[in-house]
Structures are given as structure tokens and as C-alpha cells.
Design a protein around this ligand. Structure first.
Ligand SMILES: CSC[C@H]1O[C@H](OP(=O)(O)O)[C@H](O)[C@@H]1O
Ligand SMILES: Nc1ncnc2[nH]cnc12
Length: 295
């Protein structure tokens, strides 16, 4: 059973440089409480041409929170509690490929998770679950993003592997070359465990990776610095906001969303028997896993 008749609510997680979205009516910033702790910031609620939108700045307004200290569980849990069905992650990344140039958007379809200092699951002792991450992003959302980005005039690459590093320091040359030898395409610090948690919460999730630099491997480009990233980021962020305005009506009109596999990720994932499940876990997971726990 999936949430087949659910009206879409689009969640935008804004990364570096993207601390709001434009064109919203009935705008309000509101704190959403989560049993997993504090979200990165209040959530911005509003409507875009009749489509309900919820925005969350991943690092908080003013960029206060470093990648390793983002409470990804609270962020995803709060978006789920706010009624969000579809999450678009907007993220700055370094390029590991000659043909992925600063200013381009990459709609990534795979991740390699090299993070090690983050809470990666909503589930734990008392309620164990294993969801599939074979195909970690929603290709239906990816399709809409691709069309919207092209309509906006942005150069887009469809597909690519995003290497998620712990940070906050950038990579050494040896690491950058290693990730290139693994055929990774872009590198960043934030999309894991975000994508894993979105999957556990049965949310459709797709990433728009906005290229800002060539990391440190390119012989004809300087090693990445925040200053260099910020120079490219401002144009990228404007493009991302324009893309969001175009993608919202497409998602709004999509009648196929209810059959999306992302929305039933927990269907066969729980392994702890119903009688053995810890009551405190059932309470904590009421939003994330309510669909499968309440029946
Ligand atoms: C400001 S450069 C490094 C920073 O930017 C990316 O964050 P986000 O994905 O939220 O745009 C990268 O992962 C680092 O956290
Ligand atoms: N080169 C890079 N490495 C890690 N995160 C990034 N975000 C933007 N550029 C990056």
C-alpha cells in the first residue's frame, strides 16, 4: 500500500548559498519540533502558484552549521511531519570531471558515502529496518528537474556519482585522484545521510548538484577555496531559484507520484517482529514510519 492519493508538498533543502526561495505567497517561518532534536532552522512554508512548498536551509540562515553537525534526522523527520512528499536537495559540489564545469547542474543518480561521524538511520535497538539504497534518488523527480533546469537555460548533466566526504576540510590531492579513479563525478559533504534518511522516511528525494569548482585535481585550475566557491555560488543559487519556480508546477501536475517506489520503501524493510517492537521507538517513529507501524 502506498500513499497514492496524497497531494504533493514539495520540500526544498537549500545548501550553501541558498537560504530562501523566491515567489512564495502566504510565507511564514515556523519551527517544527522533532523527537530527533533541533532542525537546522525554522521551516519556511508558502505556496508557489497554488503548490504547497516547504523550504529548509541545510546550514541554517547565515550558514552557521558545518556538515558534520547538521542534524539530518531532525531535518528529514520535520519535513515529513510538515507533510512533505517530494524533497529536492540543492547542493554545491566540486567537479571530478573535465566535462562538468562550474555553473553546470548535475542531477546525480548514485552516491558513495564516505562519511563516518553522523547518525545515519532513524531505526535502532528496539526497531530494526533495512531499506534498499540500490537506486538512491527518485528518477521521476529527476525527470522534472531536468526539464525545468533546461527550460531555465541551465547546462545540465543527467546522472552522476556524488562522493560524500566528511569534511569540513577539502580533500587532499591523493583523495581527489582516488575518487576520480572510482569514477565519481562530483564531491560534496552533505548528501549523506540525508538521502538515506529520506528513503527511510519514504520521501521521494533528488539532488541538484551545482558545480562550483574543480576540487584540487585539475592541473589548469587553482585548488578549491571557499572564496572561489562563493564567486560561482551566487549565479548558481539564482539559477536554482529560477529552476524551482519551473519545477513546482510539473510536480504538482504529476499524477504518477503515488506509484513511486520511494513512497513504499518501508513495505518490506522492518525485521523486528510486531510484538517485540519497543514502545518508545514506535512513538519516535510515528511520522517517519507511521504508514507501516499503524496498521
Ligand atoms: C561552502 S563550500 C562547502 C560546503 O558546500 C556544500 O554544502 P551544500 O551541499 O549544503 O551546498 C558542501 O557539501 C560543503 O558543505
Ligand atoms: N571541492 C569540494 N569538495 C567538497 N565539497 C564541496 N562543495 C563545493 N565544492 C566542494
Amino acid at each position: 500500500m502506498t500513499n497514492s492519493n496524497q497531494t504533493p508538498v514539495i520540500g526544498i533543502i537549500g545548501g550553501s548559498g541558498v537560504y530562501d526561495i523566491e515567489g512564495l505567497t502566504n510565507k511564514r517561518w515556523e519551527r517544527v519540533h522533532s523527537p530527533f532534536g533541533e532542525t537546522s532552522d525554522e521551516l519556511l512554508f508558502g505556496e508557489l502558484d497554488g503548490q504547497q512548498m516547504v523550504f529548509l536551509p541545510r546550514h541554517g540562515r547565515g550558514h552557521l552549521i558545518p556538515p558534520s553537525e547538521i542534524n539530518f534526522r531532525a531535518n528529514i523527520d520535520a519535513l515529513k511531519r510538515a507533510g512533505v512528499t517530494d524533497v529536492i536537495s540543492v547542493s554545491a559540489v566540486g567537479s571530478l570531471r573535465e566535462n562538468l564545469r562550474p555553473g553546470m547542474f548535475v542531477i546525480v543518480d548514485q552516491f558513495i558515502d564516505r562519511t563516518f561521524a553522523r547518525e545515519k538511520s532513524f531505526f535502532s535497538t528496539g526497531l530494526v529496518a533495512h531499506v534498499s539504497m540500490a537506486h538512491p534518488v527518485c528518477s521521476r523527480l529527476g525527470d522534472h528537474i531536468e526539464v525545468a533546469a533546461r527550460e531555465t537555460g541551465i547546462e545540465v548533466a543527467r546522472g552522476g556519482t556524488y562522493l560524500v566526504m566528511e569534511g569540513p576540510q577539502f580533500s587532499s590531492l591523493a583523495e581527489s585522484e582516488l575518487y576520480r579513479s572510482w569514477n565519481c563525478d562530483v564531491i560534496g559533504m552533505t548528501n549523506m545521510p540525508e538521502a538515506k534518511l529520506a528513503r527511510e522516511a519514504e520521501l521521494c528525494y533528488a539532488t541538484v548538484a551545482m558545480v562550483t569548482d574543480f576540487d584540487c585535481w585539475h592541473p589548469n585550475h587553482d585548488d578549491v577555496t571557499v572564496e572561489a566557491i562563493v564567486k560561482v555560488l551566487l549565479t548558481n543559487a539564482d539559477n536554482a531559484r529560477s529552476m524551482v519556480r519551473k519545477v513546482a508546477p510539473r510536480i504538482h501536475a504529476d499524477a504518477t507520484a503515488g506509484t513511486c517506489a520511494c513512497r513504499s520503501a518501508l513495505e518490506h524493510a522492518l525485521i523486528t517482529g510486531p510484538d517485540a517492537r519497543a514502545p518508545e521507538m514506535l512513538k519516535r517513529l510515528d511520522a517517519v514510519a507511521g504508514r507501516v507501524l499503524r496498521r
